[in-house]
Design a protein around this ligand. Structure first.
Ligand SMILES: Nc1ncnc2c1ncn2[C@@H]1O[C@H](COP(=O)(O)OP(=O)(O)OP(=O)(O)O)[C@@H](O)[C@H]1O
Ligand SMILES: [Mg+2]
Length: 392
């Protein structure tokens, strides 16, 4: 055991040599340059620029798939905008998914415009009106960025947005412009048409990066993040190719390179090789599956857990029996066989189980159901779920 500890510490010490600036590969890092985003940077700057001479910028909706630079580019432009020191200009940036509730979203907005609100207790209407009063009083020119705005709309509806888009007369001599950011285009369908037309006065799309673009982005990051010689061009190319295989997602590419670096560090290597990248990719896939399972509704988890009781696969009848037993043991509601079939179809789509139709000759057809993920991951996640822990 002692040998093992010595070995871990020795490797860690060696490994420290690999990273020059680990933070440059962290999610919070804002790079100084954002290659391949000149057009988006310019458009956002042009739309927001009128605020500098006291006019209201058009509202702006930014969208594109995950990891295409929406947040990074927006924050970059905002930091430039503020660097001029225009005292009336206020930027409020809120990530609505991280804020989590409508109230917290408003509270963060309030804080940015200098209004103190308690943690709870006020109605959203009251918070909104305090914010508006303050903006009017100070004559502030406010740009409110709602990142991951789809979360807000999906979870709480669009009433707050409606208030914001209608507010302009009430705010004079102040003003409010909105920048909405989303990686889910469908959220537009759920918006009141008046909110939508107002929010999307201007729109800008962020296309996925090509593999060639990812290579260059990674190359720049690697130079800051690693000591010379640690991340070879071959390693960078492989990370870019693997991350770009679904859509050109810069976050995935950067994460892959960071984790590959950590693997190399742990293994006491001097540079990142293909094996490190493969291991990093497996780890990310593993984490992704874990996260997907963790966020499933409890009934879906129960069906998944029932499936895991059959090492060799099972059929619908047998599975339903196991599921009902499990429900009774844990005290959760028993759904009908029809509903459970629906859940199985969802799990199949998610790639967590495989449900294939098999013929039983003259006795008709049945479904063969097989778990596709490791039982260990499943056991671990289920034991964290208070409703199901007893059955895991
Ligand atoms: N052009 C670029 N150059 C350098 N780094 C970039 C570039 N575009 C994105 N990145 C980096 O990639 C990561 C993901 O970018 P960002 O967070 O802006 O994505 P996003 O479009 O907001 O994704 P999501 O929709 O998931 O929020 C960040 O670490 C960011 O710094
Ligand atoms: Mg983002």
């Amino acid at each position: 055991m002692e040998d093992e500890i010595d070995r871990i510490f020795y490797r860690a010490k060696q490994g420290k040599i690999l990273f020059a600036n680990h933070g440059a590969l962290s999610p919070e890092y804002i790079p100084e340059k954002l290659p391949f985003r000149d057009q988006q940077t310019t458009v956002i700057a042009e739309v927001l620029a009128p605020v500098l001479h006291g006019s209201r910028p058009s509202n702006l909706l930014l969208y594109g798939k995950t990891g295409t630079g929406k947040t990074a580019v927006t924050r970059y432009v905002l930091s430039k905008l503020l660097s001029g020191g225009e005292s009336k200009v206020v930027v409020a940036y809120v990530n609505t998914r991280l804020a989590n509730t409508e109230y917290r979203t408003l509270a963060e907005f309030a804080q940015a415009v200098g209004v103190r609100v308690p943690f709870t207790g006020l109605s959203t209407g009251e918070v909104t009106s305090r914010i508006f009063k303050e903006i009017q009083l100070r004559g502030n020119l406010v740009i409110l960025v709602l990142d991951e705005i789809d979360y807000l709309v999906k979870t709480f509806g669009d009433e707050v947005l409606y208030e914001f888009t209608r507010s302009n007369e009430r705010l004079l001599p102040g003003l409010l412009s909105l920048v909405g950011i989303s990686n889910d285009l469908k959220f537009k369908e759920g918006l009141d048409p008046r909110v939508l037309s107002s929010l999307s006065e201007e729109e800008m799309v962020f296309p996925p990066y090509t593999v060639e673009e990812l290579k260059e982005i990674l190359g720049e990051r690697a130079q800051t993040a690693f000591k010379p010689g640690v991340a070879s061009q071959a390693a960078i190319n492989l990370c870019a190719a693997m991350a770009g295989s679904e859509h050109g997602d810069a976050r995935r590419a950067i994460d892959l390179l960071r984790i590959a670096g950590e693997v190399a560090e742990r293994e006491g290597l001097k540079e990142i090789d293909d094996m490190c990248i493969k291991k990093a990719s497996d780890k990310m896939e593993h984490d992704r599956v874990e996260e997907a399972i963790r966020s499933l509704p409890v009934q879906t988890k129960a069906v998944l857990l029932a499936t895991s009781k059959f090492k060799e696969g099972t059929n619908t009848g047998e599975l339903y029996l196991a599921y009902t037993t499990l429900c009774r043991r844990t005290g959760i509601e028993v759904l009908t066989q029809r509903r459970v079939s629906g859940i199985l179809a969802e799990l199949d789509l998610l790639g967590l189980i495989e449900a294939s139709v098999v013929s039983k000759g003259r006795r008709g057809r049945t479904k063969r159901i097989q778990l596709l993920i490791g039982e260990q991951i499943l056991g671990k996640i289920m034991s964290e779920d208070t409703a199901l822990a007893a059955a895991a």
